[in-house]
Design a binder for this molecule. Sequence first.
Ligand code: AHR
Length: 512
Amino acid sequence: MKKVFLVIGILFICFRASSQEKETVIRVYPNQGKQIINKHIYGHFAEHLGTCIYGGLWVGENSPVPNINGYRKDAVEALKKLQIPNLRWPGGCFADEYHWMDGIGPRANRPKMVNNNWGGVVEDNSFGTHEFLNLCELLGCEPYISGNVGSGTVEELAKWVEYMTSAGDSPMANLRRQNGREKPWKVKYLGVGNESWGCGGDMLPEYYSDLYRRYAVYCRNFDGNRLFKIASGASDYDYNWTETLMKKIGNKMNGLSLHYYTVTGWNGSKGSATNFSTDDYYWILGKCLEIEEVIQKHSSIMDKYDSNKRIGLMVDEWGTWFDVEPGTNPGFLYQQNTMRDAFVAALTLNVFNKYSDRISMANIAQVANVLQSMILTKDEKMILTPTYHVFEMYKVHQDATYLPLEILSDTKEIRKRNVPLVSASASQKDGITHITLANIDLDAAQSIVIDCSGLKLNNVTGRILTSAKINDYNTFEKPDAIKPQVFKDVKISNGKLTVKLPAKAIAVLEIR
Ligand code: AHR
């Protein structure tokens, strides 16, 4: 009798195990890669907002927090590991109230201002042009300067460009020398305004287009520095903004920006970053994936005017936007970062890779202590977020050739939205192929067969990011609760890869 129960028990366990597992087929086309995934898609954004700059990146030379000339040592080391390709600064909304001349010269003499956009706090301008551009040099990344069009002048922005990039005997270059920097910096990326339809001046697209033309004339290329001018683009679904700018100034811009935040729960509220239901989770991932349709629509408008795809679509603000952590300043946009955020990063980056024929830059908001951050800091402590780990795992795609792929997987229906359970992208560089995979299913593992006909499969290794609960996150007490681990559930069999990807897991595979 005991034996019968044992057999039934084993059968039951086996049945449950298999019903808990779903099947997905992915076809990768290794010989059809045409487009390069621009490394700048893995870009970042640092605004004078909350504790992103002050506390997050900059503590000053006299701080007890270990620093390199005032920059947090731990933050610099962490960001270097990500190979961050570029950093956008000084905003955001802050950029259109920022007067760069207040942020140069001896720090004690710099005038103060009120940061009207973000909490009304006093900004002492101790982090200015030199501090930012030197940070970029330290990180080995390219600076992306966001110019003040909303409340500044053409002269002010033109002089800023001269100050940063002129090598000659020009008034602004001499002022820079007086402030201790002989050689100009290389500054390629220049944003002509930010959200000019909103906090950047509340303009109409026709008016902004005219203004852009004036700014573009006077922002000059000095001494071999070639500016890549980025027009302030649309938010989300504002296709008219893109249409008008492409029609009027398409021939004058190098890039056009787009902002898309994964914001607002199904009931209209932003919701907590850490305390959410299963339905909230799937809903948010559905909203995140909606970015694909938004990109397709903006791109098809751009195609009408720019069929050769000369102009880059720069998604220079994206990421999750939840309620601030209880007890924190509502103007500081400080939120925790769970495995759900990791999925938003993984899914979005897979979409950006796919459209890298048009998208040439993207900047997650923001790099430290604001919105969907890479790092969170508290005095001398710093933690890496799950989103950081996704960027670290995905950095293999930077400047690699995108390999087209098809995914046949189940979907999850959530309030009339159908969300695919598996997301992936593949790329190749220096003879090595990488595949990033995400299984968003909270309950079931995925048995994934990856068919990459034409690709030699000699050896495959992997890393995985997962956690017991979807709302798990790293804390200052347990900073390594979530971090990538070696992933062994991947095999080569009959010329295919078979992967058993657990529920709520993100993986990167390396194939040689
Ligand atoms: O990233 C926070 C803010 O979001 C930026 O300052 C602004 O450009 C956008 O609305």
